[in-house]
Design a protein around this ligand. Structure first.
Ligand code: FES
Length: 105
């Protein structure tokens, strides 16, 4: 079964990354999308912490965390726990989150 992984930076002193991880895990369960059919395949999603994504320039813009969605390669910055529901909806095929999506540099 293909896996989608979200790598969330937890290197901030504020601990916001850990809070984002908890919120994302809670939303995956609440929305029932930990394992979903997506584009004709059953896809499993895992939320993982990582030390740092080296996107601190973006982290300093706000008080949120940076994260990368693999294998899609979407990069988000300034993600806060309140964004978890919309982000999980997006992973299940919902609307994009252009305000949080970071452009290639
Ligand atoms: S502190 Fe890790 S990406 Fe900003």
């Amino acid at each position: 079964m293909p896996q989608r992984r979200l790598f969330v930076c937890t290197n901030q002193k504020s601990g916001v990354g850990e809070d984002v991880v908890k919120a994302l895990k809670k939303e995956l369960k609440a929305q029932g999308v930990k394992k979903i059919f997506f584009s004709g395949e059953k896809v499993s999603t895992r939320i993982q912490t990582c030390n740092c994504l080296d996107l601190c320039k973006h982290c300093k813009k706000g008080s949120g965390a940076a994260l990368i969605v693999y294998p899609e390669g979407e990069v988000y910055g300034d993600v806060r726990p309140k964004d978890a529901a919309a982000l999980v909806q997006h992973l299940a095929g919902g609307p994009a989150l252009p305000d949080l999506l970071l452009k290639d540099e």
